[in-house]
Design a protein around this ligand. Structure first.
Ligand code: HEM
Length: 532
C-alpha cells in the first residue's frame, strides 16, 4: 500500500532528475560543446536567444561583435556553433560537411534542386550537367550569352537610361534598384530560357512590380519554415496558413513553370540549328540533356533516379526556379550598391570611364545609338572595374548571413575544440569580410584595397582567401562566373555612356541583417547625364 502511494512521487522525482540532467546539467557542463564560449548564458540550454535575434534581423551584427570578444568559435544554441576565420571555414566548407535540413525549404514544387540537395553524391550528380555552362571559359566564349547581353543592354537598358535624361524627367531620377532587378532577371532568364522565352521586365514594369512584391513577401519565409519546421507544419495542418508567403510562393512557382512549359514546347517545335544564338535556352538545354544522359547511362541505379529521373519536368522546373531566384536578387542588390557608391565620387567615375574606354572595342554608343560588345576576357581583366565589384561584394555582400552545415558522424577538430557529429555549424561573409587584420578599416568602402599596387602579394592573397561572397568548397555559388561577367558588363555599358548622381538614397546605408542583405527601403533614385 505504502509502496503504491510512493511510486507516483518517486516517478516525478526521477523524471525531474532526468530532465535536469538531460536539459541543464549535460548541455551546460558535460557535453563536448560545454568548453566552447557561449554567445548568451542560455545558449547551452535553449535556442530562444538565437531564434530571437534571427527573427528580429540582428544576427549577423550581434554574432560579429561576439566573435570579436569571444574568439573564432562560439556556441549559439544547445547544438549550434558559429565560426569565424579562414581555418574553420576551410575545415567545414572545403571539408565537404553536408547541408542540414534547413535547406529543404528551397525544394520547389515538392522536389529538390541542386541548392537544396543534402547528400553529397546526389548533389554532385546534379551539378555535373550544369557546371560547364556556368564556367568562366564557357560564358566568355558563348555566342548566345553575348547576343543576349547585347539585346538587353542596347535594346532595353541603355534606351531606358537615355529616356530618363530627357528634360521631362528632371529632377526625379529613376529608381535603379527596380531597374537593376529587371535587368538581372532579364539576363538570367535569357541565359536559362533564351531571349524569346525569357522575361522582359525592363519593359514590363507592371509584372516587375508584381514580382518584386512577391519577393518582398518571402523575406521572413525562412525563419519559420527553416527554424521551426514542425510548428510551421502544424500551423498549416490546423488551418493557420502563412498566407502572404504561401500565396507569393505559389504565384512565383506558377510563373516559372509557365516559362519552362513555353521553352519545352519551343524546343520540340524548333530546329535547333536554325535557332538564333540569342534564343538558345543554354541552361535548359544543359539540364534536360544531362538528365537524359543520366537516364541512359545509369537508369534506375542512378542516385537521381527517385528524385529527378522519375520526375524530369518537375525536377527541371525546380532547378530553374532556383536559378531565377538566386540569380536575380543577389546581382540586383550588388549593382545597386555599386552604382550608389560610384555616384558618390565623380573622380572615381572619371577613372573608371577612362579604363572602360580603353577597351577595344569599347561600349560607347555611336551617333546612331548602336555599340559593340567588348571582348569578355579584356573586360574581366580591367583592374579598377574588378576592384569596384569586389569591394562592393565585400562590404555589401548580398548573402551576408550564416550558411549552415552539419558536422559529420565522427568527431572533428574545429580550432581547439573536438566537436561531435550532427552539430549545426556556420560561418558568415558578414564577419569574414570585416576582419580588420585582412581588411583594415573594414567599414570603409575602398576599392583600392583590391588593386595590385596596394599592398604586397601576400596581403593580396590573404584578401582573396578571406573573400567569401560566393561561399567556398563544393557548395559554393555555381553562378559566380555568370554574376561577375554580368555585373561587369552592365556597369561597363552604363558608365561608358553616363555619369550618375544621387537623387534619393534613403535607406541605402542600412543593409538588412539576415541570410540575404537588401537596402532597407529597396529603392535608389539616381539621375543620369549623358557623357558627351
Ligand atoms: C552577386 C551574385 C551572387 C552571389 C553573391 C551569390 C552567392 C551565393 C552563395 C553565398 C551561395 C552559397 C549559399 C549557401 O550555401 O547557403 C550560392 C549558391 C548558389 N548560387 Fe549564387 N550568388 C550569386 C549569383 C548567382 C547566380 C547569377 C546564379 C545563377 C545560376 C546563382 C545560383 C546559385 C546556385 C544554384 C547555388 C547553389 C550551389 C550548390 O548548392 O551547389 N547564384 N550563391
Amino acid at each position: 500500500m505504502l509502496a503504491d502511494e510512493a511510486s507516483p512521487g518517486l516517478a516525478i522525482v526521477i523524471l525531474a532528475v532526468f530532465l535536469a540532467f538531460r536539459y541543464l546539467l549535460y548541455p551546460t557542463l558535460l557535453s563536448p560543446l560545454a568548453r566552447i564560449p557561449n554567445a548568451h548564458w542560455s545558449s547551452p540550454i535553449s535556442r530562444l536567444w538565437i531564434l530571437g535575434i534571427r527573427y528580429t534581423h540582428r544576427e549577423n551584427r550581434i554574432l560579429h561583435a561576439l566573435h570579436r570578444s569571444l574568439g573564432p568559435v562560439i556556441r549559439v544554441g544547445p547544438n549550434e556553433l558559429s565560426i569565424n576565420g579562414i581555418d574553420g571555414v576551410r575545415t567545414v566548407y572545403q571539408g565537404g560537411f553536408e547541408k542540414p535540413d534547413w535547406y529543404s525549404v528551397f525544394d520547389n514544387y515538392g522536389v529538390p534542386c541542386m541548392f537544396s540537395t543534402r547528400p553529397a553524391a546526389e548533389h554532385s550528380a546534379r551539378k555535373r550537367s550544369i557546371s560547364n555552362i556556368y564556367s568562366k571559359s564557357y560564358i566568355q566564349s558563348s555566342q548566345s550569352a553575348s547576343a543576349q547581353g547585347r539585346e538587353i543592354l542596347y535594346g532595353r537598358l541603355l534606351p531606358k537610361l537615355l529616356d530618363s535624361t530627357s528634360k521631362m524627367q528632371v529632377p526625379h531620377g529613376i529608381d535603379m534598384y527596380s531597374v537593376f532587378m529587371a535587368t538581372t532577371m532579364d539576363f538570367i532568364s535569357a541565359y536559362i530560357f533564351g531571349i524569346e522565352n525569357g522575361t522582359n521586365l525592363l519593359h514590363d514594369e507592371a509584372l516587375r512590380d508584381h514580382l518584386l512584391e512577391h519577393y518582398k513577401a518571402r523575406s521572413d519565409y525562412s525563419v519559420f519554415d527553416q527554424e521551426l519546421p514542425r510548428l510551421t507544419w502544424l500551423c498549416r495542418k490546423i488551418g493557420i496558413p502563412f498566407w502572404t508567403v504561401d500565396a507569393a510562393n505559389k504565384e512565383l512557382g506558377e510563373w516559372c513553370m509557365r516559362l519552362c512549359d513555353v521553352t519545352k514546347k519551343a524546343s520540340i517545335m524548333n530546329n535547333p540549328s536554325a535557332t538564333e544564338a540569342c534564343d538558345e535556352p543554354v541552361v535548359w538545354n544543359a539540364l534536360v540533356g544531362g538528365l537524359a544522359k543520366e537516364t541512359k547511362t545509369s537508369g534506375s541505379s542512378s542516385v537521381l533516379y527517385p528524385t529527378a529521373l522519375t520526375n524530369v519536368d518537375l525536377s527541371v522546373a525546380s532547378e530553374l526556379f532556383d536559378h531565377v531566384l538566386a540569380g536575380q536578387e543577389t546581382v540586383g542588390i550588388t549593382l545597386s550598391y555599386i552604382s550608389w557608391r560610384l555616384s558618390q565620387s565623380m573622380d572615381l567615375q572619371a577613372d573608371l570611364r577612362a579604363e572602360l574606354l580603353s577597351l577595344a572595342p569599347n561600349m560607347r554608343l555611336d551617333r546612331d545609338e548602336s555599340a559593340s560588345m567588348p571582348d569578355p576576357k579584356q573586360l574581366d581583366a580591367l583592374p579598377l572595374l574588378h576592384a569596384v565589384v569586389m569591394e562592393t561584394l565585400r562590404l555589401h555582400a548580398p548573402i551576408p548571413g550564416y550558411q549552415p552545415r552539419e558536422t559529420p558522424e565522427l568527431p572533428c577538430q574545429i580550432g581547439p575544440y573536438l566537436v561531435p557529429g550532427g552539430v549545426r555549424i556556420a560561418a558568415s561573409a558578414y564577419s569574414l569580410h570585416r576582419d580588420e587584420k585582412v581588411f583594415p578599416e573594414p567599414e570603409v568602402w575602398n576599392p583600392t584595397r583590391w588593386l595590385s599596387s596596394d599592398g604586397d602579394g601576400e596581403e593580396r592573397k590573404k584578401r582573396n582567401r578571406q573573400f567569401w561572397a560566393f561561399s567556398s568548397g563544393g557548395r559554393m555559388c555555381v553562378g559566380s562566373n555568370f554574376a561577375m561577367h554580368e555585373m561587369k558588363l552592365i556597369i561597363a555599358a552604363i558608365y561608358s555612356n553616363f555619369t550618375s548622381h544621387i537623387v534619393d538614397d534613403a535607406g541605402m546605408s542600412e543593409q538588412s541583417d539576415g541570410y540575404t542583405g537588401r537596402p532597407v527601403h529597396e529603392r535608389l533614385f539616381l539621375r543620369f547625364e549623358r557623357v558627351v
